[in-house]
Design a binder for this molecule. Structure first.
Ligand code: MF3
Ligand code: CO
Ligand code: CO
Length: 266
């Protein structure tokens, strides 16, 4: 299978990406203290199925039981929505949305701060978003996957945070998770060379403590081994002739780097 998408694929991926982004915009006002992660799942499911007419990709994916992933505080990724998990003041939560539209996947996630959060929680969420944006800023023809990973790792470690190594970004298209694997750490100038028409996610998981993970007995929920906070942001990206297009950019979202410069996409 070629890693280069056709113009038809690319147009469908733009639509899938926009639909995934729209689910995050839809759910944002509901992310408040007192709501359960099951209710967030129900709202997103209903919006995807009845309004957007897309398929929630996580549902039944390798047996995943719900339509979205909700990862709270020390949960790194793949948290399962449940009526037992009620958001409280000071929580941080990642909501990860993947839709299937006309056979094509759009995959994106973001952090939400619930009420008054600690300075550490604020800093972790901000730095992990900057890590995503710095990774995106590396994306262009001729750059390497190691350039992306290195930009992310360098920023996280400069802030005394760690990069999760056990999970990574991925190629995406008609298949949810396809080649190549996108590591969020690495050395500049190493690994696969990017070419126009490639589509993949960048989705750094950044921990306040060590990078080590533990899989809970439900076989899905991934937590930090030291139970410290973790944060993640994700976009689906297209390598273009001139740079990068962020297929899951939200309306009003501007990609600003810590240097103050903006990444122009699309
Ligand atoms: N959306 C996740 C990703 O970014 C994958 C979730 S798989 C699931 O790749 F089964 F947990 F939903
Ligand atoms: Co993904
Ligand atoms: Co995702």
């Amino acid at each position: 299978m070629s890693l280069i998408k056709t113009p038809v694929d690319i147009q469908a991926m733009r639509e899938a990406g926009r639909l995934a982004a729209d689910v995050l915009v839809y759910i944002a006002p509901y992310v408040q203290a007192g709501i359960s992660t099951l209710e967030l799942d129900r709202l997103c499911h209903e919006y995807m199925v009845s309004v957007q007419r897309v398929i929630p990709a996580p549902l039944n994916y390798h047996g995943f039981p719900k339509s979205i992933c909700t990862s709270v505080n020390h949960v790194i990724c793949h948290g399962i929505p449940t009526d037992k998990k009620i958001l409280k003041n000071g929580d941080i939560i990642n909501i990860d949305i993947t839709v299937i539209h006309q056979g094509y996947h759009g995959d994106t996630s973001q952090m939400f701060l619930v009420g008054d959060c600690s300075p550490l929680a604020h800093r972790l969420c901000k730095v992990s978003q900057e890590c995503l944006y710095l990774g995106i800023a590396q994306v262009r023809q001729g750059a390497t996957l190691g350039d992306i990973g290195n930009a992310i790792q360098t920023h996280a470690q400069a802030q005394h945070f760690s990069v999760v190594r056990d999970y990574c970004g991925h190629g995406i298209g008609k298949v949810f998770h396809e080649d190549p694997q996108i590591l969020h750490y690495g050395q500049p100038g190493t690994g696969m060379v990017l070419r126009a028409g490639m589509i993949f996610t960048i989705e750094p998981m950044i921990n306040a403590g060590t990078h080590h993970t533990r899989l809970l007995s439900d076989q899905w929920t991934v937590v930090t081994r030291d139970h410290q906070l973790s944060a993640q942001w994700e976009h689906t990206l297209l390598v273009t002739d001139t740079g990068v297009e962020v297929l899951t950019l939200r309306p009003g979202e501007e990609i600003i780097l810590p240097t103050g410069t903006a990444v122009v996409t699309g």
